[in-house]
Design a protein around this ligand. Structure first.
Ligand code: LLP
Length: 420
């Protein structure tokens, strides 16, 4: 359920008609709904009612906007961060340091130190090498690093190959069959408190079975670790729950996910944590765009050229992803079109031969399910700026990220005097 609905023939975000935002803020613009974010945050938490004291860390990478993080921090969410930049954002949004988990295969020494100095709750280690480096940094700084070891369970998440992370050939985690050895070695180092296992096999998962298989392997590993004399008090089950991108698509619900987790982990005797991103933010945002012109060059479908492009919403170009596209003021007329952006490559295509609302020059349209992995993946390719972001709350809205014009980006560049 989301709060982007037609009212009297005009698409609204909560109580705000989208044409008003287009007029006052311009297009393209990302629009987030606070009520939808809050609803998703609560549905996910309620789904875990069968788990004792779950810890939920929002995957900041999916939507790092400060206002979005603040909404979630007020819902009691912590953060899963993957860079010093994300850590800084989570803290700026008042997420408690102890509720922050630091994931990622390439944390630099500076980032590890930043995490230690901020006293974050947990580092999810992706390799033995990283653990040894962190132990040395912690010992030098007189700190203790609370850590989980991320394991690679060699399970096919059956999602897009670019967002699948749990196969042996992927760069993530340590091979699960070496986990006892690596965990024990790291636990013996000064500066380290090895307290658990982490796993995350991929994103936009459309079935629960791969997750259940992976969690089953983690359960067996926890038993093995304890038998080897190690203490295991925490398990981090990652994110990955998919969301519908097409009207009518059905995916496992948070409730089904929560029930599966409660069943599989019943005898683990561990504090569980979760790192959802897309399921919280995905359908809480849209990208609002205006049609620049409709280009009819042959008898084939027309090209509807919109002012949003692959630099603003990369998912279709990057993963061939589908986003529903709808007119903001639909006339009832439907036709088959190609929806493309202005960027000079064929990959800048959002939809081919799509049967959808007829769009004419000047019309407004929305890309749905753009709240996760939307603005955060933007670039300034073709010297386009970064789009603005807006948060709606009932009958009010605020610009929560200014549009960054191309001139400001150019302002960070220098021509050396030896080129003058
Ligand atoms: N935890 C870890 C360690 C992750 O790597 C990710 C996502 C998450 C949690 C959150 O997963 P979620 O609940 O959002 O599925 N840009 C891609 C998605 C990349 C996901 C990367 N990792 C896309 O647009 O589909």
């Amino acid at each position: 359920m989301d709060h982007f609905q037609l009212r009297n023939g005009v698409m609204h975000a909560e109580d705000i008609p989208l044409p008003r935002i287009a007029e006052e803020v311009g297009t393209p613009v990302y629009v987030y709904s606070r009520a939808t974010l809050v609803r998703h945050a609560r549905v996910f938490r309620d789904a875990l009612s069968g788990v004792r004291n779950p810890h939920i860390a929002f995957a900041v990478k999916s939507n790092p906007n400060l206002a979005v993080l603040k909404v979630l921090s007020r819902e009691g969410y912590g953060a899963d961060v993957v860079s010093g930049g994300e850590l800084t954002r989570a803290l700026a949004a008042d997420m408690k340091p102890e509720d922050i988990v630091f994931s990622g295969v390439g944390k630099t020494d500076a980032e590890l130190l930043q995490g230690l100095e901020a006293n974050i709750g947990q580092f999810n280690l992706e390799s033995e090498e990283e653990g040894r480096e962190l132990a040395a940094i912690a010992a030098r700084a007189g700190k203790v690093a609370r850590c989980a070891l991320r394991v690679n369970p060699d399970v096919d998440a059956r999602t897009h190959e670019k967002i699948s992370t749990g196969k042996a050939e992927n760069k993530f985690g340590v091979p699960i069959d070496r986990a006892v050895e690596i965990y024990s070695a790291l636990a013996a180092l000064p500066g380290m408190e090895m307290r658990g296992i982490a796993v995350h096999i991929g994103s936009q998962l459309s079935t629960l079975e791969p997750l259940e298989t992976a969690f089953g392997k983690v359960g067996a590993l926890i038993t093995e670790l304890r038998a080897a004399g190690q203490s295991v008090t925490h398990a981090d089950l990652g994110g990955g729950l998919g969301v519908p991108y097409k009207a009518g698509e059905v995916l496992p619900s948070p409730a089904e996910y929560g029930a599966m987790v409660a069943r599989v982990t019943a005898d683990w005797d561990c504090a569980l944590s979760f790192e959802p991103g897309r399921v919280i933010a995905g359908n809480a945002g849209i990208l609002l765009t205006r049609v620049i012109r409709v280009k009819r060059s042959s008898n084939a479908s027309p090209f509807v050229v919109v002012d949003a492009a692959m630099n603003d919403l990369a998912r279709p170009a990057m993963y061939g992803a589908w986003h529903d596209i709808e007119a903001v003021e639909p006339t009832g007329s439907k036709s088959t079109s190609h929806i493309v952006g202005p960027i000079c490559e064929t990959g800048d295509t959002f939809a081919m031969n799509r049967e959808m609302d007829t769009l004419e020059s000047g019309d407004l349209a929305i890309f749905r399910t753009a709240g996760a992995y939307g603005a955060t993946m933007a670039s300034s390719y073709n010297s386009r700026g970064f789009v603005a972001e807006v948060l709606v709350d009932g009958d009010k809205y605020a610009v929560v990220a200014d549009r960054l014009p191309p001139a400001d980006i150019m302002g960070a560049e220098r021509v050396p005097d030896w080129l003058e």
